[in-house]
Unconditional design. Structure first.
Lengths: 100, 282
């Protein structure tokens, strides 16, 4: 069985990036069989923003991942989002969940 | 006399190979050879009677195995081309008075000739052992060299396969350990200090959720991924258990993070998806 996230690693998602984005970066972190794998884009570059949006839409709208914007306030809470937010900084995506 | 059942066969009296010996005589009429093997010095202790001549005791079966072994050894030592053999005077047990060489040495001889009782008590093993032991008697030196080379190659291949498997196992372990460590680090990064301490010390953490109806609920997320989310009552004891998880193989800490984020960000969605078990009255 292929490890969840293998297709994303082929698209540039990596487990080896820093945990937090630098200022001016968009980071999407996806829970996978590798642990979380991440990819960053330059928020000032429109082409990169669009690329990030495509990745987000592919996972959230097509693959039904759940997306959360991590609070920047440091209170360790998160907010669910359904649309790509280029100002979010870091977004965490989780695979679809089901009742056990 | 009691009837012996296969299941009741017990090692009641085992004959020893030293009890047996064979006399081998090969005669030829110019066109074919006849081999006669006389079993001598044997007095196999038959400790239980057979039933209808079909079911043999463990001791009898052992005796048959030794007979077969001795006969095959004697036969092959003659180098004869004969393909059948007279057993004289006869097998001491059973009713055989002759046997074919193929039957003695073939893979399926014993199973086709023997009944279930023999099979279950190791006759086939004996047959294979005879093949292994005596099959090589007839090898030419070249065949022996070729066989030895093949066996060595097979040993090397097995060794390489074991090494490759060990490397693969080590890779999987590193991969799994790394994924778990990464998941734990991410979960910790999303917990406040109190929750981090709880997780470290108690392997669970509490989560306070401000529900949309204005109430405040306390959940406990325990280490795991299935049925590990508990709603606590005012006494701090679990009232309900929820089962919800990402439908993929993720490290437990990633599953716990998913539960936490969905619960605090969208409790109604969490409750809609999760399977709930009422543990006691609220």
């Amino acid at each position: 069985m292929e490890t969840l996230g293998t297709d994303l690693t082929k698209q540039g998602f990596s487990p080896d990036l820093a945990d937090e984005p630098e200022l001016g970066q968009i980071m999407i972190s996806v829970l996978s069989g590798y642990g979380d794998i991440k990819k960053v884009w330059n928020a000032a570059n429109q082409d990169e923003v669009e690329d990030a949006r495509r990745s987000f839409d592919h996972l959230v709208k097509q693959k039904k991942y759940l997306a959360f914007r991590v609070s920047a306030s440091g209170d360790k809470t998160s907010e669910q989002i359904r649309e790509f937010d280029p100002t979010a900084g870091k977004m965490i995506l989780i695979p679809p969940v089901a009742g056990g | 006399m009691p009837t012996a059942a296969v299941q009741q066969l017990v090692p009641d009296a085992s004959p020893t190979p030293t009890d047996l010996d064979c006399e081998v005589e090969v005669t030829s009429d110019g066109t074919s050879e006849t081999v006669t093997i006389r079993l001598t010095g044997s007095d196999i202790p038959v400790v239980s009677a057979s039933t209808g001549g079909e079911v043999y005791t463990w001791a009898q079966t052992q005796a048959m195995k030794i007979y077969q072994d001795r006969v095959a050894r004697a036969w092959l030592s003659t180098g004869t081309s004969a393909t059948t053999i007279d057993l004289s005077p006869s097998w001491k047990i059973g009713s055989f008075t002759s046997a074919s060489k193929d039957w003695l040495l073939s893979d399926d001889g014993c199973t086709s000739a023997a009944n279930a009782a023999w099979y279950s008590t190791g006759w086939q093993d004996c047959d294979h052992a005879v093949m292994r032991k005596y099959g090589r008697v007839r090898e030419t030196p070249e065949q022996a060299v070729e066989r030895a080379a093949k066996e060595e190659l097979a040993r090397q291949a097995q060794k390489l396969a074991r090494q490759a498997q060990a490397i693969e196992d080590a890779k999987v372990k590193v991969f799994t350990d790394t994924a778990k460590a990464r998941a734990r680090r991410l979960l910790f990064s999303m917990l406040n200090p109190d929750q981090q301490k709880e997780l470290d010390e108690k392997n669970h953490f509490h989560l306070t959720v401000h529900s949309r109806d204005g109430s405040i609920k306390v959940y406990r997320i325990e280490h795991g991924y299935q049925g590990n989310v508990k709603l606590l009552g005012v006494d701090g004891q679990p009232v309900r258990r929820y089962c919800i998880h990402a439908d993929y193989r993720l490290p437990y800490e990633d599953q716990m993070l998913a539960q936490k984020m969905l619960l605090e960000a969208n409790e109604p969605e969490f409750l809609r998806i999760a399977n709930m078990t009422q543990l006691r009255a609220a």
